[in-house]
Design a protein around this ligand. Structure first.
Ligand SMILES: [Zn+2]
Length: 470
């Protein structure tokens, strides 16, 4: 039965009572959000079942205009026990309404502010006693983003903080304030580029201030840092390695045991070859290069040699893969490459990582027939994600059945590709590709599950700089 046919008849009420509620909730958990809404509109019972809190545990609701929402709307959010919201264009006095209807919020993301804000704008946040996560994106503050009073109140409360593309009077002062959030485990800071005579640029946070941050945030595990572009000279060798002040005699690393580091808008020359040598606890490294200049030495190979525990590596742009492929540690089981790849590149990686479990690449002209080669190069793959840029996958897709452990295949296309095909009256996946997907599913005895749509953007952490969707 199709989901839309659920809307059609009075027999539905009986149908919904055939299963006990817990089984209905289980069934509903397998549906997409869109399909769940269709089911929800079918009957009062299914509406209640569809609002079961377990189905909305990881959801973040986006609120755009609080004046429009009815009591029924707030009551639905209450039944789902939603505790995470992203708010857009929220007027200062509307924080009170949020506090009244959702007092147990654990996460608030402020999105796309349309005017200049002042220090007191976020001051109501301290009233949310369960608040642990705060995000601010695409906005401008004429005064400090977080006032000293608010900082004091949130100091031990916040575990996640994400600030991207926000104009603030002083980045240094902001980082000093954040240094006092001693329970932070996740910090994303991508400052807004400002105009100067020579174009747009970001001033790096000076080393003493950055060291103060690393020394203050002992529990920090994930750092996404975006201040590495357009430097006149490289940052000091020990920029990421503050010395432990309790051992003044000999150098001992005093920063947090980071497990995940992301560098956004990174320029090759910003950090030295030894920059990450004390971050041996890293399990995940992600670098989004801004652009490279000719004759700049690639440091990535040096960095990789000092990361023996690395499991996940994600490189977006930058120097040619041949500069660092041989240095990728064998501990890496998840690899994402966002660059033009040749079959030679893939061969090079496979010699280093024959046990790779997850691979995420682009298919372009230079890659040739990756689907034909991949089963030989990476026989242990469990997950494979390919984004097609030029043309749809062809019959060689069926070669993937030779990947004996493959369970999840993601086939995506670039946005302009969909637009072009849409204008020609096609859709993604086209009937021809869908037929190949069905064949692959059947040939693999229902083992290889194929996804053709991008995962949904999480407004909490997928900021514009790192979101890859359309
Ligand atoms: Zn960002």
């Amino acid at each position: 039965m199709s989901l839309t046919s659920l809307n059609n008849g009075p027999s539905l009420v009986d149908f919904s009572s055939v299963l006990p509620p817990e089984l209905w909730v289980l069934v509903l958990s397998y549906l997409s959000k869109e399909d769940r809404y269709v089911v929800r509109a079918s009957s009062r019972r299914l509406r209640t079942l569809s609002d079961h809190p377990s189905l909305w545990r990881d959801s973040t609701v986006v609120l755009s205009d609080l004046r429009r929402y009815t009591f029924g709307f707030w009551s639905t959010l209450e039944s789902r026990r939603l505790t995470r919201v992203a708010v857009r264009h929220l007027r200062r006095q509307e924080w009170r309404r949020l506090l009244r209807f959702l007092p147990s919020l654990t996460a608030v993301v402020f999105l796309d502010g349309c005017r200049q804000y002042q220090e007191k704008y976020l001051d109501n946040l301290w009233r949310f006693e369960s608040l642990r996560e705060l995000g601010v994106r695409n906005a401008a503050w004429s005064e400090p983003l977080i006032s000293l009073t608010l900082a004091e109140r949130l100091a031990e409360q916040l575990t996640h903080l994400s600030v991207c593309n926000v104009q603030i009077p002083s980045e240094e002062d902001f980082i000093r304030t954040v240094s006092g959030f001693s329970n932070l485990r996740f910090l994303l800071f991508h400052p807004k580029e400002s105009e100067c005579r020579c174009g747009t640029r970001v001033r790096p946070v000076p080393m003493p201030v950055f060291h103060g941050l690393l020394l203050g945030l002992k529990k920090l595990r994930h750092l996404s840092w975006g201040t590495m572009s357009e430097l006149r000279k490289p940052l000091p060798d020990d920029y990421f390695s503050p010395a432990d002040p309790e051992h003044p005699g000999s150098f001992q690393y005093g920063g947090p045991e980071l497990t995940s580091l992301e560098l956004v808008d990174y320029m090759e020359s910003a950090l030295s070859k030894d920059a990450l040598k004390n971050l041996t606890s890293l399990r995940s490294l992600k670098i989004h290069y801004k652009h490279i200049r000719k004759d700049e030495e690639c440091c990535l190979g040096y960095w990789l040699t000092s990361l023996p525990n690395l499991e996940s590596l994600s490189i977006h742009g930058g120097n040619s893969l041949s500069n660092y492929a041989a240095k990728i540690p064998p501990s890496v089981t998840r690899l994402t490459l966002r660059m033009i790849l040749t079959l030679k590149d893939l061969h090079l990686i496979s010699t280093k990582l024959p046990q790779l479990k997850e691979l995420d690449i682009w298919q372009n002209r230079s890659s040739g027939s990756v689907c034909r080669r991949i089963p030989k190069l990476f026989p242990e793959l469990r997950t494979l994600r390919i984004r097609f840029f030029r043309r749809e996958p062809e019959k060689d897709l069926l070669n993937l059945v030779r990947l004996r452990h493959l369970q999840r295949l993601e086939l995506l296309v670039e946005h302009f590709f969909i637009i072009r095909d849409y204008l020609n009256g096609h859709q993604w996946p086209s009937p021809a590709v869908q037929e190949l997907i069905d064949q692959l599913y059947s040939l693999s005895h229902n083992r290889i599950y194929t996804v053709t749509s991008m995962r949904q953007r999480n407004p909490r952490w997928d900021c514009d700089c790192i979101w890859e969707g359309d």
